[in-house]
Design a binder for this molecule. Structure first.
Ligand code: PLP
Length: 392
């Protein structure tokens, strides 16, 4: 049998998919599992988007297309980022990929390599650290500030910058915390990047999903376009996870290298999927607004139930669709608690440690399921917590 390349040892995974696989085993044994682990909207893709995809297939959009994406979609992305977050870009600065994940992957591969260091949020989406290591670079975890909407701790980041630091990765609204970074903190992150001449990946995949506060894009701040990769996509805002469609708005210098990475890997993104995406961007936006309003109701339901549970404290998430309750007062570490909830109570959650050591003492709860499912799951979590507290 052949051997694996040594670089494979550096490539991690996403625990959500592992937990999902474990729940499937339990379900195959006839157990009912309530899913709070995966970040996938339970809404269907808006019908006009589905129709546009079908029409495109019927019209023959089934061939190779331009590697960086269809011109019309790249134009529509520019219109939307201008309208939504005031980012000015031209279509030739936009690259379309199958999901936002390839934007992260290609942007990291294009900007860092062995000997380089990358500041990554801790807790943060685990793919950042995994891909940074795969690229041969060192991931340097930066703590988040719960008191500042889980913004990167800029003072800590400043202390962690070295002559080898090349890139900061940053995510708001954030996974796993649901936090949103205020414009003032964004400015500080921008200033840090400028002071040390760093690239920035602003992962704004949840940019359309926010509640009380408005989302500000780091790419919209003065002087930042030339160093910020704005990563976004259709999975979350338009409930299109399985279509695989994302985009990056890139500094001009990165467009050609990233397009070359596309040519070397996936060649292009399926044309009929892009045409469905065009309908999503240019068509009515009410479906997005309706979904966000529903997420907000579910957030309120989940947070008030968690706050009524002994041993659990929970901040009010401002964006995305995750709650990040603090479970340190319960007598089990977060990862053992997540296993206990799944195996004994049929509730799948993720331990905060799946997002880095900074997530210790927390669970990530995804509130994308129907309210009845959430209510039942939270009743079970409460019963589990009461029993644990009583037993301790
Ligand atoms: N970035 C973050 C923070 C995410 O949570 C996810 C998906 O869970 C992605 C990127 C990837 O999204 P996509 O489905 O567009 O690849």
């Amino acid at each position: 049998m052949g051997r694996l390349a040594s670089r494979m040892a550096d490539l991690g995974t996403e625990t959500a998919f592992d937990v999902l696989a474990r729940t499937r085993v339990l379900e195959a044994q006839g157990k009912r599992v309530l899913h709070l682990e995966i970040g996938e909207p339970d809404f269907p893709t808006p019908p006009h988007v589905v129709e546009a995809g079908i029409r495109a297939l019927r019209d023959g959009a089934t061939k190779y297309g331009p590697p960086a994406g269809l011109g019309q979609l790249r134009e529509a992305v520019c219109e939307r980022v201008l309208q939504d977050v005031g980012v000015r870009a031209s279509p030739d600065e936009v690259v379309i990929t199958p999901g936002a994940k390839p934007i992260l992957f290609f942007a990291i591969l294009a900007t860092v390599g062995p000997g380089d260091e990358v500041l990554c949020p801790d807790p943060g989406f685990p793919i950042y650290e995994s891909v940074v290591r795969f690229a041969g670079a060192k991931a340097v975890p930066v703590p988040l500030r719960p008191d500042l909407g889980y913004a990167l701790d800029v003072d800590a980041a400043e202390r962690l910058v070295t002559s080898k630091t090349r890139l900061i990765i940053f995510n708001s609204p954030g996974n796993p915390t649901g936090g949103m970074v205020a414009p003032r903190e964004l400015e500080r992150i921008g200033a840090l990047a400028q002071r040390h001449d760093l690239w920035v990946i602003a992962d704004e995949i949840y940019g359309r999903i926010h509640y009380e506060e408005q989302h500000t894009s780091l790419a919209a701040l003065p002087g930042m376009r030339e160093r910020v990769v704005l990563a976004d996509g259709f999975s979350k805002a338009y409930a299109m996870t399985g279509w695989r469609l994302g985009y990056g708005v890139f500094p001009r210098a990165l467009v050609e290298p990233v397009t070359r990475l596309v040519i070397n890997s996936n060649s292009c993104t399926a044309a009929f999927v892009q045409l469905a995406g065009l309908a999503a961007l240019r068509g009515p936006q009410e479906p997005v607004e309706r979904m966000v309003a529903e997420y907000r109701r579910r957030r309120d339901l989940v947070v008030s139930a968690l706050r009524a549970t002994p041993g659990i404290r929970c901040a009010l998430p401002q964006g995305a669709f995750y709650a990040f309750p603090d479970v340190r007062q319960l007598p089990l570490p977060a990862s053992a608690l997540a296993t206990h909830l799944l195996e004994e109570h049929g509730v799948a959650t993720l331990s905060g440690t799946a997002f880095g050591p900074g997530g210790d003492g927390h669970l990530r709860i995804s509130y994308v399921s129907a309210p009845e499912v959430l209510e039942e799951a939270l009743r079970r979590i409460r019963a589990a917590a009461e029993a644990l507290v009583e037993r301790a």
